[in-house]
Design a binder for this molecule. Structure first.
Ligand SMILES: Cc1cc2nc3c(=O)[nH]c(=O)nc-3n(C[C@H](O)[C@H](O)[C@H](O)COP(=O)(O)OP(=O)(O)OC[C@H]3O[C@@H](n4cnc5c(N)ncnc54)[C@H](O)[C@@H]3O)c2cc1C
Length: 386
């Protein structure tokens, strides 16, 4: 058995790489282990771009964490001397009383966040790439933009290594056992002893965290890239990132033409089809492309040129579609980081800090009470039919 570490981090995607970096920066003796080579195609942390926005429609209680995340993203950029976060603004488009628009306005009001409300005529004048219905409006979050996931993950790993973390890639953890007041981590290649372990294994999380077996569901997600019809209107200076509320059909997200592949779009949670995390992602099919082609033609006609790429990746959903960041029930040496229900990337820079707090201090001053096992179990109990 290898000599002991203060903390072992299992899974080095977004959440694990950030945790490892925060832990190593605080002087902890750490090891990070990943079954593959981050940020790989089976993970949830690749694909060029991730949205970040401050006026969070999902719930205003996320805003303080986001404010901390923004600060930490800028710190990461300073340490890396690389661009990770680009501000383009984010437009949240839909009916005035719909979930996305009303939720964004409520969040902005509650936290005094700058935002602009634009009607259909304002949008046609300022952001001509988008097509709005008569009764729709948009809320512009001027602090929104996009993150570069691969730069962030590889950057956190680089900083962790510089700060002394040991990195093992291509090594799958098969079991975590409690031993001698700490933990024993077993892989096909060896065993490691640590005082604490952070489990951040994305869509595979239920394999090492039995309490999540009935609750963490990996689903198929599809995104596609289109060559713009109007290259001028779809440049980032004229086309902010966006979220679009389609009522009962759910919400779509998208990015301006920030790379050679053009404009990227997807529907949040797509068709909600569960997948087996140990199988390759199921290929893109006609139903996927016709959904996204139809959306872009109708709602972002300036971008609806040739579809040049489409890929399948994975979300992992919890019942409330929130996060779970907590100590394992009955085992305070095990810290659990869920893959965050398809909207976690923007929080990575603060989740890393939280996970380091939980591993080294057993708690955190950051507001995560809503992301506990107790909160998840209460949610599940409340929705069960009596
Ligand atoms: C298409 C798509 C679009 C998204 N868009 C946004 C967005 O716009 N904004 C936003 O905020 N969020 C977004 N998200 C969500 C966000 O990207 C995820 O919440 C986040 O990337 C999850 O990161 P993770 O580290 O938990 O998981 P992963 O990136 O999957 O990392 C888990 C790692 O654990 C490793 N692992 C698994 N099992 C083992 C084991 N037994 N032993 C060792 N290693 C193991 C894996 O190899 C993997 O590298 C999106 C997600 C997808 C897929």
């Amino acid at each position: 058995m290898t000599a002991g570490f203060d903390v072992a981090v299992i899974g080095l995607g977004a959440m694990g790489s950030a945790a490892l970096s925060f832990l190593a920066a605080r002087g902890a003796k750490t090891i990070g282990i990943d079954a593959y080579f981050p940020a790989h195609a089976l993970s949830s942390s690749h694909g060029d771009s991730r949205l970040i926005r401050l006026g969070y429609f999902e719930d205003p209680s996320y805003v303080p964490l986001l404010q901390r995340a923004y600060r930490n993203w800028r710190d990461l950029e300073t340490r890396l001397r690389a661009d990770v976060l680009t501000i383009t603004g984010v437009l949240q488009i839909g009916a005035d009383d719909g979930k996305v628009v009303a939720g964004t306005r409520a969040s902005c009001r509650m936290h005094g966040l700058p935002h602009e409300v634009l009607d259909r005529a304002d949008m046609a004048r300022r952001f001509p790439a988008f097509q709005l219905d008569e009764d729709e409006i948009a809320v512009l979050d001027p602090q929104g933009g996009y993150l570069r996931p691969e730069v962030a993950v590889m950057g956190y790993l680089k900083l962790a290594a510089q700060d002394g973390a040991v990195l093992h890639f291509g090594e799958r953890v098969t079991a975590i056992e409690t031993s001698d007041g700490g933990v024993k981590i077993c892989t096909a290649d060896g065993q490691y002893r640590a005082k604490k372990v952070v489990v951040a294994t994305g869509s595979w999380i239920a394999e090492l965290v039995p309490q999540l077996q009935a609750h963490a569901v990996p689903i198929r997600q599809v995104v596609a890239w289109y060559q713009p019809r109007d290259g001028f209107a779809t440049e980032p200076q004229r086309m902010p990132c966006f979220l679009r509320d389609e009522g009962a059909e759910g919400s779509y997200f998208g990015f301006p033409a920030i790379g050679v592949d053009g404009v990227k779009v997807g529907r949040h949670a797509h068709f909600r089809e569960p997948i087996d995390p140990n199988q390759p992602n199921p290929p893109v099919n006609d139903a996927d492309t016709s959904l996204l082609d139809g959306f872009i033609s109708k709602r972002v006609p300036a971008a609806a040129g040739l579809r040049v790429n489409a890929v399948t990746c994975r979300y992992t959903m919890l019942p409330s579609e929130d996060f779970l960041l907590d100590l394992a029930p009955g085992n305070p040496n095990v810290v659990v980081a869920s893959p965050c229900s398809g909207h976690g990337f923007k929080f990575t820079s603060v989740v890393g800090e939280i996970l380091a707090d939980l591993a080294l201090e057993g708690g955190t001053n950051l507001p995560i009470a809503a992301f506990s096992f107790d909160a998840m179990n209460r949610f599940v109990a409340a929705r069960k039919p009596v």
